[in-house]
Design a protein around this ligand. Structure first.
Ligand SMILES: Cc1ncc(COP(=O)(O)O)c(C=O)c1O
Length: 405
């Protein structure tokens, strides 16, 4: 079998060797519990604080505004639920129900958290649509939804399925301005998981109160995440235990993973623009070639305002899951959408939000490039994709002919 080609970097990335080397000692010889007073503990705590500094530098914030978590799922749950729980704690049970706003294309860990607290009667919820075909939230739609009781807006930076880039800086600026006149201040959270590799995450420039990301999407380890919480943001812990992570996120820290996320962030800093340009060139080459060489193929989401590594295609009369399985047999690893919804028969909520019909949403394929992909790999992929699409179209054509008989 030929070498496998990995084109699913939005699902996860391989651990960078330099990150692995930085983590290694903390599994064995430097194994201390960072809460212990003795030197083993101090050594582990020192490593965590070094990593926190690195992340804080990357996000342009203070060390004390960085909370380490187990990943973006936890960070996003903490951001959304933490603000709401703080509201109820401060205001008491007879307070008016607060209002939160999010978008129809969020990752399930934001969307379902918001829906779950709405079902519990803790919030009113507005879910913003996205521009049809483009997959981008309109700031005008957001403005139209703000109410006196709005206390939280959570809009992702870059979508994980179609790669579209949301106007985070514009939204941050707008919220900052209206907050000057408001009694109920609005907190602004962004899920930056898919943005960290390629986009500016300077929290001061973006005017975000909270920002989340995961280690394993940036050539770092799984089981490590970050939540930036701007000083003064009202937020209550959603788990209880020890006093770790500034009493916001209890539990013994995952020291090797935290060291790894710090190193991964440091690596991005130095490589960002070179990697971004190279990947964008490859992605543009891929998109142009696929759309030209495969009939009835389309790109889902905005062509311009998208992450440089993302291409999300749809092919008429082709079933996405079948396409994935055939491609996998050919040594190509891709995806139909987010990693967690693959395997479900439901079409992606993101593609449906674009206005794409159910059957078309089932014919989609997400390709997300990484820093080690090459043009040669893409040429092999395109050849195999063409062959597989033709084969699947022929099978579905034959089945339809049989039905007609
Ligand atoms: C945009 C986005 N948010 C949140 C997550 C959740 O990250 P994790 O599974 O690392 O907790 C993902 C993972 O795919 C994602 O792409």
């Amino acid at each position: 079998m030929n070498k496998k080609i990995y084109l699913d970097h939005a699902a996860t990335t391989s651990l960078d060797k330099r990150v692995f080397r930085a983590m290694e000692p903390y599994f064995r010889e430097k194994f201390g519990n960072p809460s212990s007073v003795h030197s083993f503990g101090q050594e582990a705590m020192f490593a965590i604080e070094k990593s926190r500094k690195e992340v804080a530098r990357f996000l342009n914030c203070s060390d004390s505004e960085i909370i380490f978590t187990s990943g973006a799922t936890e960070s996003n749950n903490l951001a959304v639920r933490g603000v709401i729980e703080k509201y109820w704690e401060e205001m008491g049970k007879n307070a008016p129900i607060p209002h939160i706003i999010t978008s129809a294309i969020e990752h399930h860990c934001v969307l379902d958290t918001a829906i779950s607290i709405k079902k519990m009667g803790l919030v009113e919820l507005s879910i913003l649509p996205v521009h049809k075909n483009e997959g981008i939230v309109a700031i005008e739609d957001l403005k139209g939804k703000i109410k006196d009781n709005t206390i939280l807006v959570s809009i992702m930076y870059v979508n994980n399925e179609i790669g579209t880039v949301q106007p985070i800086e514009e939204i941050g600026e707008f919220i900052k301005e209206i907050n000057k006149e408001r009694k109920n201040k609005i907190m602004f959270h962004t899920d930056a998981v898919q943005a960290v590799n390629y986009f500016d995450c300077n929290t001061k420039k973006l005017n975000t109160d909270m920002l989340s990301f995961s280690g394993h999407k940036i050539y770092g380890p799984k089981g490590a995440g970050v939540l930036f919480i701007k000083k003064g943001t009202p937020l209550k812990p959603i788990q209880f235990g020890g006093g770790q992570e500034y009493r916001i996120r209890p539990g013994t820290q995952n020291v090797p993973a935290i060291v790894g996320i710090g190193k991964a962030v440091e690596m991005i800093g130095g490589e960002k623009s070179e990697v971004k340009n190279r990947i964008k060139k490859l992605r543009d080459y891929l998109v142009n070639k696929v759309l030209k060489e495969i009939p009835d193929s389309y790109l889902n989401g905005s062509k311009e305002k998208r992450s440089p590594n993302n291409a999300n295609f749809r092919f008429d009369n082709v079933e996405g899951e079948g396409l994935l399985i055939y491609l996998d047999m050919e040594g190509i690893s891709a995806s139909t959408g987010s990693a967690c919804s693959s395997g479900s028969l439901e079409p992606s909520h993101v593609l449906l939000a674009l206005g794409i019909k159910h059957e078309q949403a089932h014919g989609s394929l997400r390709i997300t490039l990484g820093k080690n992909n090459t043009k040669e790999e893409l040429d092999i992929f395109i050849k195999k994709l063409k062959k597989t699409v033709e084969r699947l179209r022929k099978i579905s054509g034959d089945v339809l002919k049989d039905f007609d008989k």
